[in-house]
Design a protein around this ligand. Sequence first.
Ligand SMILES: [Zn+2]
Length: 215
Amino acid sequence: MKDQMTIVILLTVYVIFAVVAFGSAAPAPAPDMPLAKLLDYAPQDINKFWQQTFASSNKRYAAPLVLPYYLPYRTPCGDSLMNNAFYCPPDNIIHYDYNFISRIYSQVGDYAVASLIAHEWGHSVQTQLGISKGKFFSIQMELQADCFAGAYTQYARQAGELEDGDLEKAGVGLFNAGDRIGTPWFAPQAHGKPMERISAFLDGYKGGVKACFSR
Ligand SMILES: [Zn+2]
């Protein structure tokens, strides 16, 4: 059950994204890609974006694997948690709880899942660029990963892959995953306040990867 306040906020998120994407109110969302297809397609497409981005640098790049789990299990980054998705640097794997992802898919939509994978992929990029060596507070890393997800989203849009409503789904996904009121910004698990996350995503969407280094 959503309370009235949440509905007002979600509507605001929709309007912000609609204005950024279309300059006006968004058309009705397109039907979602089936989940199985999405989980196959999104990582391949995100990888294409980063391969191209890295190709114009002299840095090495290795695509992370994207693997589901159904029960808690041990990874080099500790035991996996239910209702979570995370990037683990030692094995270069994005681990995700399948039921968690499937819930986001049914409650928010396909692009909320795609942008979540793009966010985790961003952590792999940070690791490979060596910018995750304790230089940043967690929250800066998280917001930069949101920015990277936004940069990928612009690439998807230019490739004609973004459908009506996709940006809004990303926005609602980010909004729902934002820190609860009262989480200190320096907390180890802090990801940023909902509007900070959305604004980081939009920086990448509007300015590309470059913008994610100057935030
Ligand atoms: Zn993250």
